[in-house]
Design a protein around this ligand. Sequence first.
Ligand code: FES
Length: 119
Amino acid sequence: MTYSDKLLDYFENPRCVGELEDADATAEVHNPVCGDTLKLWVRVADGKVADARFKAQGCPAAIATSSFATEMLIGQDLDSARRITREQIADALGGLPASKIHCSVLASDAIRAALDGLR
Ligand code: FES
């Protein structure tokens, strides 16, 4: 199994880790196959994602894609954020081995779940 250098960097040095106390929305998603978990916190201001943080329990691909997706979210308007796909996330990290493609679904599912739950 081969990961790109960029993916390994996001796994070894994950960005945007933690919780947001003043979050406007949160989501927690699980991969039913492996049991890995991603929690996402999002703060919104002026129609944009002002800040986001995540905590993940999972494989390197899950942690790297969660970190990258969380970083990618910050600054996006809500419509653009809702359109983020798992393919965009995986492609931006140099792709994923075929057996790990499902790992990027956590991030895209969490983004949609969080934004759908905005108060
Ligand atoms: S093996 Fe569970 S998300 Fe990657």
